[in-house]
Design a protein. Structure first.
Lengths: 820, 114
């Protein structure tokens, strides 16, 4: 009976397979233990039955003939491509022995634990690293430049992160009576084919557009949104910070901000010393006062008054703080110093960015900047959805602050249809992320002291619990201040995708004594490992998803070969490396992580998903007014002052500029005009494809058919001037290297810029060196340097470099494939 | 006698984002090899005055589209319609879909070979 052999398993997407940030509910049709079909779950509030091309291609993915299904041990030299199948026991024994020897001889910090983009892997790689004793969990991108910098930047001034509100917190979604559709949505550096970055289902924006939301598209490319936008701001890549300052300039000078909100909920009234440029602390004025407390000018009493950060209140009743102005206050030693309010200082900074100047920097016409500022500030609610270009610039933090200030000063924070505070569902957190500690942690603060970059970069001690990637790469070569001897690489492909200057990553891997790679397919990085472990796709595992909402279970539907899930692999080794590890089974660990929900993992599996109830800190709206954000239950924010900090006290402590501003990136026509002679085109990278997630899926036939070749977008006029025809192969070259792409001649890009796809390798080509699956042919990261992270260790120049483009001359170059 | 056509697909191409879901949903449903299938997505970039352009996508039902007869018989939506990320495709009777076309611009009604 065919009917009885088929079952349908309801589960949640996350991680390998669709390769996404997940959240979609799916129905996996299983017959005789095999996946025969996958469909969107029509009852699921996240995707309502919809599903992307990558997930629909899972039937070609899970049983792909190239899936790794057994642990492999290298035989012969690294990169030769000779492997021997071994059992899991042999693999675990070998790893325990090799990593144990490194720990004994050089200390646990000599092992780096390297992850790719944050999926159902982050918690478990931390679990293993921390059990081993190493604080060096590394997100392998230069400047950690993907999402966590934005989260950290917003947490720095706001205490909690926030995202576009598409009613995702409410089971009835758009129909919930609490919800309002945004009138205006700034889609800032985000392109729909990426579908679901930042834990937002991209097509929710389409749902909103159908319900009346008007779009402002901020993008150098004529993106899908740009085509349909009320305003399209075609900015020069990397100038987002200047544009945001220009928008603030219009909003401030035309008095379009929400004055009551600014006065009550931001630190705009706090006083700043004019002589030092520093915030006045209560301890400057009154003996015995705390330096955690700040000072305002009370217009009622005509004198300074202390703001008690702990009590989130003024010291006296009836204070009417001055929002603007310059005053004089007496210090403890009797000297008088001039002071200004934060708002005054903020406005002075904003006034450095008149629209004329911003237009010159960004190449956006003045009128569009003015119209956008007015449209955003006069719409209620108005929202902003931003993308990874914000992280992919060295001045990520001031840029993110400028943009975050937009929703703060217009009062669009945590209101229906605005930018809504995003907490992990039920505050259930597995591991240390920006703004959350989690239950998986290092045994001691002492062990964390060796974390690479933690001593140098403030955000790495407050929000981002990772090693700083650029410093790690350097340290592999220098051994200073301690040697790096091994790397555990999980769901991470630095040679083909996440690594900039990838040839240096190859050299680095070859310097190490022991490298383990955990993945689903062989790829250019796994080729350089000593042991390769076969990982499971999301259909082959139990797990949980808590960022952000709803709380979801991932339910095992099938098994493939001897593949094990990331948590199963790491759990076994965790127990071996840490005899004090508290949990006996994976389900016990899940139970503890989701304990704040009041459910066990089994109960969650039965439900599938769960929304936190109204009044819970992880459920919207207006939480800062209701006292739901702070542990003490007082209204306000989880910042040092309890206020949104337009002037950041943390940045001040870190010795960095405390106010939003613009910094020109390092390789632009403005900062390096001399390079323009040789490299006249702006090179932007990372154009998303609906078929691929970073380096994944080049081997999935249905998906490869959609986007068969690495392409670079080039404007028809530029192409014509270079004698390049549509579909021709071209070299893209700069001072760091060159690689080949197929020219896509299109009006989507401006004449002064080309946009290259990223993550290219060719699973059909030889895996052994020197080919490494043809990774050197079209890996655009060869044209991007490491080591240009921002002043706070975050951000990298990934979307704004310079290059030249010319035709591949087959006679001179040979077949481009053989050219290298 | 030509076959009487009853059903069609209404596409609201204002909202089609070019996500290629329809193409792969069809390939999965009927296990078509790569390069074949009942749906193909077409990209159109139209130059407009003042250095602007309009980027549009259009799902096109090919000679292999059977309007998911095996699914619709069971009361299910065609695979492409159910999974469409932008929810911009509608399956139904031609007359009813034609009526919907008068409600907004940028629509196309396909009556595939089926």
């Amino acid at each position: 009976m065919k009917r009885e052999r088929r079952k349908i398993v309801r589960t949640t997407t996350w991680s390998a397979g669709p390769g996404c940030h997940g959240g979609c509910g799916v129905l996996a049709h299983i017959e005789d233990g095999k996946l025969v079909k996958i469909e969107g779950d029509p009852d699921h509030p996240w995707n309502q039955g919809r599903l992307c091309a990558r997930c629909l291609a899972m039937t070609q993915y899970v049983d792909h003939p190239d899936r790794l299904t057994r642990p492999l041990k290298r035989v012969g030299e690294r990169g030769e491509g000779n492997w021997q199948e071994i059992s899991w026991d042999e693999a675990f024994d070998l790893i325990e022995q090799k990593m144990g020897a490194i720990r004994e001889q050089f200390g646990p910090e000599s092992m780096i634990f390297s992850m790719g983009t944050g999926r159902d892997i982050g918690a478990w790689i931390c679990m293993l690293a921390y059990a081993f004793g190493s604080p060096n969990v590394m997100f392998a991108l230069s400047g950690i430049a993907c999402y966590s910098p934005r989260i950290a930047a917003v947490d720095t001034i706001q205490g909690d992160y926030c995202i576009l509100d598409a009613a995702q917190w409410l089971p009835q979604r758009y129909d919930d009576p609490q919800y309002n559709i945004p009138e205006c949505l700034l889609v800032w550096g985000y392109n729909i084919p990426a579908t679901c970055p930042d834990n937002v289902f991209g097509h929710w924006i389409i749902d909103l557009m159908k319900r009346g939301t008007k779009i402002v598209a901020i993008d150098p490319r004529l993106s899908w949104f740009a085509s349909r936008a009320k305003h399209w701001l075609r900015l020069r890549p990397g100038t987002d910070g200047a544009l945001a300052m220009g928008l603030l300039n219009v909003i401030v000078n035309e008095k379009l901000y929400d004055r009551d909100f600014v006065e009550q909920w931001t630190n705009a009234p706090f006083l700043v010393r004019t002589d030092t440029g520093k915030l006045v602390r209560a301890s400057d004025l009154v003996k015995g006062e705390s330096s955690d407390n700040f000072v305002v000018w009370d217009t009622a009493g005509g004198k300074p008054v202390v703001w008690d950060s702990g009590k989130v209140a003024y010291r006296s009743a009836g204070v009417k703080p001055a929002l603007d102005g310059a005053y004089e206050i007496g210090l403890l030693d009797g000297t008088k110093v001039p002071v200004k309010t934060v708002w005054t200082v903020f406005c002075e900074e904003v006034n450095h960015y008149p629209v004329e100047r911003v237009s010159e920097i960004t190449w956006v016409p003045q009128k569009d900047i003015i119209d956008t500022a007015r449209f955003y500030a006069t719409s209620k609610p108005a929202s902003i959805h931003w993308g990874v270009p914000i992280d992919m610039t060295p001045a990520i933090t001031p840029t993110a602050h400028a943009i975050a200030n937009l929703w703060c000063i217009t009062g669009n924070l945590d209101i229906p249809g605005g930018n809504v505070i995003s907490r992990y569902a039920f505050d259930a957190v597995a591991y240390a992320l920006p703004g959350a500690k989690g239950i998986i942690k290092l045994a001691s603060k002492e062990a964390d002291k060796k974390r690479i970059g933690a001593d140098r970069y403030g955000p790495l001690n407050k929000f981002i619990w990772r090693a700083q990637t650029d410093l790690v790469l350097d340290q592999i070569f220098t051994g200073d201040p301690y040697p790096i001897k091994g790397m555990w690489i999980q769901a991470c492909n630095p040679v083909a995708g996440i690594g900039l200057d990838p040839k240096r990553w190859v050299e680095a891997l070859k310097k190490l004594d022991f490298v383990v790679a955990v993945d689903l397919f062989m790829n250019p990085t796994t080729q350089l490992a000593d042991v390769v472990l076969p990982a499971a796709s999301f259909l082959e595992k139990d797990s949980i998803r808590t960022w952000w909402i709803p709380l979801q279970s991932i339910n095992k539907a099938i098994s493939v070969g001897d593949c094990r899930s990331d948590i199963e692999i790491n759990f076994e080794l965790t127990k071996r490396f840490d005899p004090n590890f508290r949990w006996n089974t994976i389900h016990e660990l899940f139970d503890e992580i989701i304990k704040p929900s009041g459910m066990t993992f089994k109960e969650l599996q039965e439900k599938g998903w769960a929304f936190p109830p109204q009044g819970h800190p992880s459920a919207p709206y207006h939480r800062f007014e209701k006292g739901l954000l702070r542990p003490d239950g007082k209204p306000g924010f989880q910042t040092p002052s309890g206020k949104i900090e337009l002037y950041s006290s943390l940045r001040e402590e870190w010795g960095l500029e405390p106010i939003a501003h613009y910094e020109e990136p390092p390789f632009t026509p403005v900062s390096r005009p001399e390079l323009m002679k040789e490299y006249p085109l702006i090179l932007s990278t990372g154009r998303r494809s609906p078929a691929y997630f970073h380096t994944e899926h080049r081997n999935i036939p249905w998906l490869r058919a959609i986007d068969p070749d690495p392409v670079i977008e080039i404007h028809p006029e530029t192409a014509a001037s270079l004698d390049i025809g549509h579909g021709e192969w071209v070299w893209v070259e700069n001072w760091l290297g060159r690689c080949t792409f197929k020219a896509k001649v299109t009006l989507v890009v401006p004449p002064w810029m080309v946009m290259a796809t990223h993550g290219w390798w060719f699973p059909e080509k030889p895996g052994s060196e020197p080919s490494l699956f043809g990774v050197w042919e079209s890996n655009v990261n060869q044209l991007i340097p490491m080591g240009f992270q921002g002043k706070d260790g975050l951000g990298a120049p990934i979307k704004h470099l310079l290059c030249k483009v010319y035709k591949v001359n087959r006679r001179e170059d040979g077949e481009h494939a053989q050219a290298m | 006698m030509p076959k009487q056509c009853e059903y069609g697909l209404l596409i609201d191409y204002e909202y089609c984002t070019g996500c290629y879901t329809c193409q792969v949903a069809c390939a999965q449903e009927y296990n078509w090899p790569a390069g074949m299938g009942g749906m193909q997505v077409i990209e159109v970039v139209q130059k407009l005055p003042n250095d602007k352009a309009y980027l549009a996508y259009l799902p096109f039902p090919t000679e292999l589209c059977i309007l998911c007869a095996p699914r619709t018989k069971k009361g299910l939506e065609p695979a492409c319609v159910q999974h469409c990320m932008a929810a911009c495709m509608k399956y139904g009777r031609i007359e009813e879909l034609a009526k919907e076309m008068s409600k907004k611009p940028r629509m196309v009604l396909w009556v595939p070979r089926s």
